[in-house]
Design a protein around this ligand. Structure first.
Ligand code: HPA
Ligand code: ZN
Length: 343
C-alpha cells in the first residue's frame, strides 16, 4: 500500500484520525492498475497496455463517458470469487488507513453478469471481504446494488430478479439500491417502476444525479425515484428552489471532489462548489467515488478540499460527522461514532 506524503503532515494525520463513513464508492473503481495486471495474469486475460505505468498514463479523462469506457474495460479482469474478494479487501484495508469506520459500497452486477460471471460469484467475493473486515479490521460495510442507467429498465428488473434469491444470505450487507453510469440522456424517470418495486421490497434507495446531468435530474430522483440520498448532486446549485429543499429536508449529497476534477465537472479544485453547498446548510459529505482512477482515496479528497477551498478544522469535523449522519447505520451506531468526533 503506497500512501503519498501530504504537504501538511499534521493535517493529514488529523483528517485520518476522524471517524468517517464512505458513502459513494464504486468497488470496481478501486481496482488499482497493479491489481488489474495481477488479475489479468491470474485469469489469462491479455490487456491492451504493455505495463502498469502505461495503463495508469491512460487515466486522462475529459468527461464521465471517457472514464466509464476505461472503468468497464478494467472490470473485465474480474472473473472468480477470489478476484472480487481481493479487490474488496484491498479497498477496505486502504479505507481503514484513512479513518473509514463504515463503508456503503456500490457494485455493478450487470458489468459482470453480461460477461458470464454469475451473480453468486460477485456477491460471494465482495461479501467475504466485508465480513472478514468487520471481524478483523473493525470496519462495517453495507452493499448498494447499482443499476446501469445506460441499459434498459427491463435489464434492471431482470438483474434484480437474479439477485433477490441471494437477499437472505446477504441480509447483513445488501441493504440498498443505486443508479449509476452515463447520466446524460438517461434520466431518473427511465427507472421509476423498478425503483418503486425496490422501495416496496424495503431497500434503501440512492441515485447518481446532478453530476453531468441537470438539476432537474436531482429533483426527479427525489420525486420519481424517491431516493433518500443523492450521489454527487453538485449541479443542484443551478436551481435555488431545489437548494432550499435540499437544505430544509437535509437530503445528503455524496460529493466526490477529486472525481469532479478528473471528469472536468469543475475546471479546478478552487472552483469546486463544495463550500458554497456547505454554507447554504446542505448535508454535504466527501467521498472518493472511484479512487483508483481519480488520484486519491477519501482522506486525499478531504485534504484536497482543505487546501484548495480553505476548509477549517471545524469544517473537516462537520464533514466527517455528516458522513456518519447521512449513512444508513442504525441510530445507536451513528451516536457511537458521532461521540468519537472532536467537539
Ligand atoms: N458516475 C456515474 N457512474 C459511475 C461513476 C460516476 O462517477 N463511477 C462509476 N460509475
Ligand atoms: Zn459514482
Amino acid at each position: 500500500m503506497t500512501i503519498l506524503p501530504h504537504p501538511d503532515p499534521a493535517l493529514a494525520v488529523f483528517v485520518r484520525s476522524l471517524p468517517k463513513a464512505e458513502l459513494h464508492l464504486h468497488i470496481e473503481g478501486t481496482l488499482e492498475p497493479e491489481l488489474i495486471f495481477e488479475l489479468a495474469r491470474r485469469n489469462g486475460i491479455e490487456l491492451p497496455y504493455p505495463s502498469v505505468d502505461a495503463l495508469r498514463a491512460a487515466y486522462q479523462f475529459d468527461s464521465l463517458q471517457s472514464f466509464l469506457d476505461l472503468y468497464y474495460a478494467g472490470a473485465g479482469v474480474l472473473i472468480q470469487e477470489s478476484d472480487f474478494y481481493d479487490m474488496t479487501m484491498a479497498y477496505l484495508r486502504r479505507a481503514r488507513h484513512d479513518g473509514v469506520v463504515h463503508a456503503e459500497i456500490m457494485f455493478d452486477p450487470q458489468t459482470h453478469t453480461a460477461r458470464g460471471v454469475s451473480m453468486e460469484t460477485v456477491f460471494a467475493g465482495i461479501a467475504r471481504a466485508l465480513r472478514e473486515a468487520r471481524a478483523e479490521l473493525g470496519i462495517s460495510g453495507y452493499l448498494l446494488l447499482s443499476f446501469l442507467r445506460h441499459l434498459s429498465e427491463a435489464d434492471a428488473f431482470s438483474t434484480l430478479e437474479q439477485a433477490l434469491p441471494l437477499r437472505e444470505q446477504y441480509a447483513d450487507l445488501w441493504i440498498g439500491i443505486g443508479l449509476d453510469s452515463s447520466e446524460k440522456g438517461n434520466p431518473p424517470e427511465k427507472f421509476t417502476r423498478v425503483f418503486a418495486h425496490c422501495r416496496g421490497l424495503g431497500f434503501r434507495l440512492v441515485a447518481h444525479a446532478g453530476e453531468e446531468g441537470p438539476a432537474a435530474y436531482v429533483r426527479d430522483a427525489l420525486d420519481l425515484l424517491q431516493v433518500e440520498r443523492i450521489d454527487h448532486g453538485v449541479r443542484s446549485e443551478e436551481d435555488p428552489e431545489l437548494m432550499r429543499r435540499l437544505a430544509t429536508d437535509q437530503i445528503p449529497l455524496t460529493v466526490c471532489p477529486l472525481s469532479n476534477l478528473k471528469l472536468c465537472v469543475f475546471p479546478t479544485m478552487q472552483a469546486h462548489n463544495l463550500v458554497r453547498l456547505l454554507r447554504q446548510g446542505l448535508l454535504v459529505t466527501i467521498n472518493s467515488d472511484d479512487p483508483a482512477y481519480f488520484g486519491g482515496y477519501v482522506a486525499d479528497n478531504y485534504l484536497a478540499c482543505a487546501s484548495a477551498l480553505g476548509l477549517s478544522t471545524a469544517d473537516l469535523i462537520t464533514l466527517a460527522g455528516n458522513s456518519i449522519r447521512a449513512s444508513f447505520l442504525p441510530p445507536d451506531q451513528k451516536a457511537h461514532w458521532l461521540a468519537r468526533l472532536p467537539m
